[in-house]
Design a protein around this ligand. Structure first.
Ligand code: 13P
Ligand code: SF4
Length: 353
């Protein structure tokens, strides 16, 4: 639906009044009505870098989800304020790894004498607490665009990786990009004692994958891929690495949201593409490339409901509060957590390549 013209005018007026004091970041999965006001759009890696590169902006309005705003707070100066227009914009995947559970898992590895050989790696899609844990224990943050580089680095530091919280990104990267086998990976279930694994399984594993997943990408199935290939002969299947292993294996291309966008931009006119990623992004790409056939991999999968919580009314409200001199919905990470999380984030930003 087109945006309410009154709200569009109010957002534009508030942004104009704030001028260079405000910088609006928009993740690619945000609604069109919000994306039109983003000063920069990107995947989570690009947005983390953009936040760090804007020391002059007093207010960073983050149109994305909670963990991204936390990372922006960690990477910006203490004078800058990071605002999330709706505090209910969380991430179900990030919520699947809670600090107490991860500490319990680490205790198990310590008791088995293998924590010293294990490097914790956490996907950007995790709370600041988890990033802090990883920083305290010599690990690194990764995103979907640098997971292989992060794992290469981690396996130089130790012989095992504890990968949090997305089992699919961990498994897909290890098996499809690093040449590990499925048998090198075990799945640690935080709801079971010892993760539901035997000491031998934990000792033998190279990749200990946390049992977390994305509630959007995890819904694409092998049938989605087979069906689209039948319906659209010659279609290219391009999916995000948060999809299940069998989906990624059956696809033609795999990559982060930035990679997906670049691939569609570079694709020849007339080519057909089925995309296994979030619907707001797929719809925008289809509209921007009418000379190509860009479609959603599975019609049963829909928007990320928490990304979609950031809508134009929330953005207008957050901006107008700033105009009125009030800072609403500020996201802050406590200094100790931020310090250790920053170590793990800086380690990511320093990865070679
Ligand atoms: P990227 O932005 O790293 O591609 O991650 C996708 C995602 O699910 C963000 O929430
Ligand atoms: Fe979290 Fe998935 Fe939504 Fe990204 S798309 S915010 S990983 S639930």
């Amino acid at each position: 639906a087109p945006s309410d013209p009154d709200l569009v005018a109010r957002a534009a007026a508030a942004k104009a009044k704030l001028g260079s004091k405000v910088f609006v970041l928009g993740h690619h999965y945000q609604r069109d009505e919000v994306i039109q006001f983003a000063d920069v759009t990107g995947d989570s890696f690009k947005l983390a870098r953009e936040a760090a590169a804007r020391p002059d902006a007093e207010y960073i309005v983050f149109c994305g989800v909670h963990f991204m705003a936390e990372s922006a707070d960690i990477l910006t100066t203490s004078a800058q304020r990071v605002i999330l227009p709706d505090l209910a914009a969380g991430c179900s995947m990030a919520d699947m790894a809670v600090l107490g559970q991860v500490e319990a898992a680490w205790d198990t590895l310590t008791e088995l004498g293998i924590a010293g050989d294990t490097v914790p790696v956490t996907y950007m899609n995790s709370s600041a607490d988890i990033k802090g844990f990883v920083g305290r224990n010599g690990g690194v943050v990764c995103t979907s665009s640098n997971a292989k580089r992060a794992l290469d680095w981690a396996f130089e530091q130790g012989s095992k990786v504890l990968f949090l919280p997305d089992q699919h990104l961990g498994r897909n990267t290890a098996v499809l990009e690093m040449g590990l086998s499925l048998d090198d990976c075990v799945l640690y279930d935080p709801h079971k004692p010892g993760g539901g694994l035997t000491p031998e399984q934990l000792r033998d594993a190279k990749m200990i994958l946390w049992r977390g997943h994305c509630s959007v990408h995890g819904r694409f199935t092998l049938e989605s891929v087979n069906d689209v290939r039948e319906r659209v002969p010659g279609v290219n299947v391009l999916v995000h690495p948060e999809c299940r292993h069998e989906v990624v294996t059956a696809a033609d291309y795999v990559g982060s949201t930035e990679y997906i966008i670049k691939t569609i931009e570079a694709a020849p006119a007339g080519s057909a593409w089925a995309l296994g990623t979030e619907l707001n992004l797929v719809r925008r790409l289809a509209l921007a490339h009418p000379d190509k056939q860009v479609m959603f991999l599975d019609k049963a999968v829909c928007y990320c409901s928490t990304m979609n919580r950031i809508d134009l009314p929330h953005l207008v409200w957050a901006l107008e509060e700033l105009v009125a001199g009030r800072v609403a919905n500020q996201i802050t990470v406590d200094a100790d957590t931020a310090h250790h999380a920053r170590v793990a984030l800086d380690q990511m930003l320093a990865l070679p390549g």
